[in-house]
Design a protein around this ligand. Sequence first.
Ligand code: ZN
Length: 242
Amino acid sequence: MLKAIISDIHGNLSALSAVLDKLKEKNPDEIICCGDVVGYGAEPSECISLVMGNEINCVGGNHDKTVIDDYPIENLNFAAQQGVDYTKKVITSEERTFLETSPYVLKQDLAWFVHGSLYEPENFWYLNSYSALARDFELMLETNLLFVGHTHVPGIYMYKAENLYKVNESEVMLKDDVKYIINVGSVGQPRDRDSRAAYALYDTKKRHVKIFRVEYDIESTQERIRSAGLPEILATRLGSGW
Ligand code: ZN
């Protein structure tokens, strides 16, 4: 089975459409989203309806859960708070229900999917340090494979005999005696200085995972963020991918 994994769309319709167009060529059996369909961007409503229309299985992210008042808005920075307020105003009640019903953890075909971390998934810890990654690896008892988003920085991490390594490539062949955490990066607001949208493909039969990048129309996305009255920084940062 071929699974596509996306994350952190953040109301960026142009980036989401570019990824879904590319996925039409790759023809995955299913698409899973590691959370944050909304927040930051100007088209949260359009993004939720595209996610629903494509039957994409989603876990909830911190922005998604803040929009439905399930996570404290004080935990977000000022620009992110503006994005949440804007999202609250423009989404429909059906779209709100979608955010309300998304689980914190998804488990299927020997892989787990969360937004931030397996440790207290509802608290959205960042897997951006050795200790945070090691803590999650230690919790991975029923599975060897965990997909996450949240940091907006793609990366493949391995854990064997209490040794943790970062894979230098954007792909990996999975081995049975090794645990893996795959950060699939962000569709709508990449932060690794590569402005292209990110997504991953997981071939469950070949046991192969690869992270891909796709170009999208950044300028028109920036224009829509400005016309929506959202903070300028949310437009600017898309240009350099940070
Ligand atoms: Zn995010």
